[in-house]
Structures are given as C-alpha cells and as structure tokens.
Design a protein around this ligand. Structure first.
Ligand code: PCA
Length: 202
C-alpha cells in the first residue's frame, strides 16, 4: 500500500512542529515495512493545498494521513470532520488571516474522513496508547489541508483512505507553558508508526 504522510513547518512563534519531526524520523528510518512518502507542508492557507495536491499527484497514495500540531491535544486526536470554513485566530506564515471564507467555493459544508476511526481508536486503546476521536479539526490551515485531502479523494478516487491526526507539543515547546500537555517525540513517532501499520492492513 502506498502511503503519503504529511506534516507542517513550525508556525505561530514556535521553533518546532512535532508533525514535521515525526515525518523526518519516519522517513529516515525508512519506516520499516511501510511503503511511505513524506512531505512537509507550509503553514499557508494558499500554498498548503497546492503543495498537497502536488504530493498526491506524485505519490498517488492509497492512504494519505495528514499530521498537525495542536496546543490543546494531550493524546492522538483522530479527526472525523473537515469543515469548508477558514477562520483564523492568528495569521498563517504568509501573514494572511482569513475570516469566514471557504476552503472550496463549490464544496460541501463538511466532509468526513474515510479512515476506520472507531476501529483505530479501539486498536490504540488496546495497546495502551491514549487517543480520542474529535469532531472538528478547527478552522485553521490543518482543517484546510484535511478538507482538500478528502475532496481530492472523492473526486480523483485516491487516496481511498484519507484522514488527519493532531498531535501534542514536544516537551521542549512547553518550557514556558506550564499547563500545556506534551509527549516525547519518540513516543509520538512510535504511535504514528502503529497507526500506519494498522491502517495499511485495511
Ligand atoms: N497545526 C495547525 C496548522 C499547522 C499545524 O501543525 C492547525 O491545527 O491548523
């Protein structure tokens, strides 16, 4: 199974983005038995969908999983719904801050992941890995990428399996943020590897 895994560059004043670090770690280790391609997307409402579409054309994956960082995540947050809304609380890395605009002018209000998320959530729990299902990926760049990914899957037929997962901060990102949850990189990487292995049997 051909797998595309995407992460994002840092944004909003952070020096790291765990989603980028996961992609780097998995592509360096060649991800074991997984047939994996990784791409780092810009945190840009205009450029990220273009870069994603290009990656989908190059890889033509059966499974595409987008990864993003959320300051609110304290575990693997499995996203169910992408919204056709862009509404940014902070500017993206191009200093663009859309409000009440659409991802796709002609698109449906919401699209649903094609991953077996309930089975995935149970699988992770059985292995003692904390995860939860979320019903919104927000209205920032991650949601735009998630929506674009699902729309491409619907219109082109690939990826057949498409989804998005938000991950927590890395420890070094929270030194001045005492209340913020975090997980070590090695733990997040092994969780994502477990998720990809589970999904690659679907
Ligand atoms: N998280 C942001 C965009 C990039 C990222 O890693 C989000 O949740 O929209």
């Amino acid at each position: 199974m051909r797998i595309l895994l995407t992460g994002f560059e840092p944004f909003g004043g952070d020096k790291h983005n765990p989603s980028q670090r996961i992609c780097e770690a998995l592509s360096e280790s060649k991800a074991g038995r997984l047939d994996l391609w990784t791409r780092i997307l810009p945190v840009s409402f205009t450029k990220a969908p273009i870069a994603l579409r290009q990656a989908l054309e190059e890889v033509k994956p059966d499974l595409a999983l987008g990864l993003g960082y959320s300051a609110k995540a304290d575990r693997f947050v499995i996203e169910r719904i992408a919204l056709n809304i862009e509404d940014a609380r902070i500017a993206d890395n191009d200093h663009y801050r859309p409000q009440d605009t659409l991802v796709e002018p002609e698109g449906a209000l919401a699209l649903e992941t094609t991953l077996p998320i309930r089975a995935l959530d149970s699988h992770l729990r059985e292995r003692g890995i904390p995860a939860r299902i979320s019903y919104t990926a927000g209205t920032f760049v991650c949601n735009t990428v998630f929506y674009t990914l699902l729309l491409e899957g619907q219109t082109k037929g690939y990826p057949r399996l498409a989804g998005f997962i938000h991950v927590p901060a890395l420890p070094e990102m929270t030194l001045e943020k005492r209340e913020q949850p975090f997980l070590p990189l090695e733990y997040i990487v092994s969780g994502i590897r477990e998720i990809l292995e589970f999904l690659s049997h679907r």
